[in-house]
Design a binder for this molecule. Sequence first.
Ligand code: ZN
Length: 205
Amino acid sequence: MQAGQCWQCESPAENNLFCKFCNSLQRPLTDYYAFFGLEHKLNIDNEDLQRRFYQLSKLLHPDRYTRRAQRERDYSLEATAILNDGYRVLRDPVKRAEYILAEQGFEVGEQRAKDVPPELLEEVFELNMALEELVSGASSVRPQLEEARSRFRAMRREADERLGDLYKLWDASGERDSLVAVRGELNRRKYIENLITEVEKALSA
Ligand SMILES: [Zn+2]
């Protein structure tokens, strides 16, 4: 068998999940977009993705493979893992963008998200003071923290809007500069997200 051929009947397989001639399951593509048959875009239609997910779930259901060749059973397990991981990543706009960034050779890690965005320096300083006061028993800072929480939530919404615009830009142009901007906004969003988690934890303690 050569690459690009069906392992069963040796017809051209053309990267399809199922052979068009003998219908046997092929080795699945590991790229999430390719697996779902989607173009590499940052904006995707979530309903369309969901339809593809359900359709593939049906086609890959374990019951269909119990009496098939071992090779097909192995491929069906591989494909099911890619299906579930891919769906989890692609339906989430942030994880999806991180996936594209990683594919395009960008470093995406927690570390970069730890640098305080300059315009938030003062805000973060005051927040940390208030959090410390709360820990040492000063419940009078609660309203201040609640206010901070709604401010950060509003910032997260704004970041999501900006990301939506940047996604459109990259989808239309494919220019690396717009991905750099996406990464910057994602890091900022992640930083804000961490602040929200911290404040929520303190307020619910
Ligand atoms: Zn075949």
